[in-house]
Ligand binder design. Structure first.
Ligand SMILES: Cc1cc2nc3c(=O)[nH]c(=O)nc-3n(C[C@H](O)[C@H](O)[C@H](O)COP(=O)(O)O)c2cc1C
Length: 357
């Protein structure tokens, strides 16, 4: 049986999407290599231009240029295999310009969460870019499907269900994250699949659904497929690869982490997140430097009210300046024991999907 992930005419031979990881953790290197192995590589557009010299002065314009650069590079690495997309958080300041830049650069897919991507369909009209909302609950899945149905007479090309074990900013209240069980969340996943079937039926289209959050090895993937998912979205496992765009120190922090080192934090932008416990998290006196300048990342951030800058904390981490950095990770980061090649991980997932060698 073919297990290819079919997204409205876009086919990934291996039903694995590598989840977007900002800042700078999934750029062209990682995304291109996942695509090369037949999956879908996702570049995070969160402060994507942070390495460019003009970033400090003109962050948004630099990011917009870097989107095209990384999509082009990732596609070169992929050599025509798999697909290359981007993750653009709805919470991004000037979100619409990021989406348009990605469409113009030929992104195969845009995945958008951290808010409700209400206007996304209007921004990709007449393009070949497929669109997928990230949903965490039956409620959010219903809301976005109803909205796109009413306003744009369409359904999502793909739905990403992101559960409580994911990394980065999380779409749950902290209390939910602390108490929700696997069995409870499986029910939620099934409910979301019902929503996708309902809206798919209306448009004569099977909306593929991928499950994200806590999928680490082949067995985790098999379980997700048994639940009825068309594929999986995996992020944390890909961090400890040679091809991942983060610094070696960032990767080593995952390898060194024990289970009790993976903690929930309250991000300065109000959402809970998950990260590796380190000196930065434990520092109660965190403050912005004297001459600090806002990097224009999130729409709703008020620089006057934040204890520290999320861009600075994530950029420090990805560069390996860990004592001043926030090391975002999924709940399974402690399972990393060594660096691997993307190709090895993809082989494991191919087996789990029952695909021949
Ligand atoms: C280091 C890191 C950074 C992330 N950054 C983003 C991001 O910028 N935007 C987003 O929508 N999701 C982000 N995520 C979530 C992933 O895309 C993915 O859906 C989730 O982590 C999957 O769970 P897993 O890490 O257990 O595989 C991030 C995850 C990690 C681990």
């Amino acid at each position: 049986m073919s297990r290819a992930l079919m997204i409205n005419g876009l086919t990934a031979p291996v039903p694995v999407i590598q989840g977007g990881m900002g800042v700078g953790v999934s750029l062209s290197g990682l995304a291109g290599n996942v695509a090369k192995c037949g999956g879908i590589g996702i570049i995070s557009t969160a402060q994507i231009g942070y390495q460019e010299p003009e970033f400090e002065e003109h962050p948004i314009e630099t990011n917009l240029k870097a989107i095209a650069k990384h999509i082009r590079r990732a596609k070169e690495i992929a050599g025509g295999c798999g697909a290359v997309g981007v993750n653009i958080m709805v919470a991004t300041r000037r979100y619409e310009e990021y989406v348009k830049a990605a469409v113009k650069a030929g992104a195969d897919l845009i995945i958008s969460g951290a808010g409700l991507p209400a206007v996304l369909p209007s921004l990709v009209e007449k393009s070949r870019t497929r669109i997928a909302p990230v949903v965490s609950s039956i409620k959010s899945a219903s809301v976005i499907c109803r909205l796109w149905d009413r306003k744009y007479k369409r359904c999502p090309d793909l739905m990403v269900i992101e559960g409580p074990k994911a990394g980065g900013h999380l779409g749950f209240a902290r209390e939910e994250l602390e108490k929700i069980t696997d069995a409870e969340y499986e029910k939620e996943i099934q409910g979301i699949m019902e929503v996708s079937k309902e809206y798919g039926a209306k448009y004569g289209y099977h909306i593929p659904v991928v499950v994200a959050g806590g999928i680490y090895d082949g067995t985790d993937m098999e379980n997700a497929l048994k639940l009825g998912a068309d594929g999986v979205q995996v992020a944390t496992r890909f961090v400890t690869t040679y091809e991942c765009d983060a610094s070696d120190r960032y990767k080593q922090a995952y390898i060194d982490a024990e289970e009790e080192d993976i903690v929930l934090v309250q991000s300065p932008v109000g959402m809970p997140g998950r990260a590796v416990k380190n000196a930065f998290i434990l520092d109660k006196e965190k403050d912005k430097p004297e001459n600090w300048k806002c990097h224009q990342c999130l729409e709703k951030c008020n620089p006057a009210n934040i204890p520290y800058c999320i861009t600075d904390a994530l950029v420090n981490a990805v560069k390996g300046n860990l004592d001043q950095g926030l090391i975002f990770c999924g709940s399974n980061a402690f399972r990393a024991k060594k660096l691997e090649h993307v190709s090895e991980i993809m082989e494991e997932y191919k087996k789990a999907a029952g695909m021949c060698e």
